[in-house]
Design a protein around this ligand. Sequence first.
Ligand SMILES: C[S@@+](CC[C@H](N)C(=O)[O-])C[C@H]1O[C@@H](n2cnc3c(N)ncnc32)[C@H](O)[C@@H]1O
Length: 159
Amino acid sequence: MQTSDSKGYSAIGVFRGKTNHNMGTLWRSAYILGAAYIFTVDGRYKKQSSDVLRTWSRIPLFQYKTFEDLLNNIPHDCRLVGIEIDDKAEFLHEFQHPKRAIYLLGAEDTGLPEEVKAKCHYLVKLPGNSSLNVGVTGSIVLHDRVSKMPTDLPPNHQE
Ligand SMILES: C[S@@+](CC[C@H](N)C(=O)[O-])C[C@H]1O[C@@H](n2cnc3c(N)ncnc32)[C@H](O)[C@@H]1O
């Protein structure tokens, strides 16, 4: 199992996400599972605040207009991890998460385009040939990260 003796951080977002409900699910999981922030790239969802945990008040949402905008704002020494079913992708359970990572999911209808996948430092997939829901996928990825790197959880979540 991967261990980590110093704290890193993660962020997670969706490229051209469509559904408000999926963003809400992802936002909530991101907060609970210790992500520093979430983001959209060219988001298509309609904003709405029905979240009982008031997640928007706990971790920020950044909204990038374009993928180039995201690339230009990646923090120093942080890796972009594309999450997609792809022959070149590694399986999540075997993946060693970078200490500082930004996870990028694809849209509900179109997934991650080839040119976006080509710019990711890593590509990671979950088992199976059929797509999972995007919010569920992001939640599983973040859970995998904290199970391998428990120091990434906020202090009140650590045992
Ligand atoms: C509903 S899927 C997109 C399906 C789209 N129609 C396609 O064929 O690419 C939305 C996103 O969830 C993520 N996803 C879903 N299942 C996945 C899996 N098994 N492995 C990796 N990512 C997955 C990917 O980021 C994907 O772009």
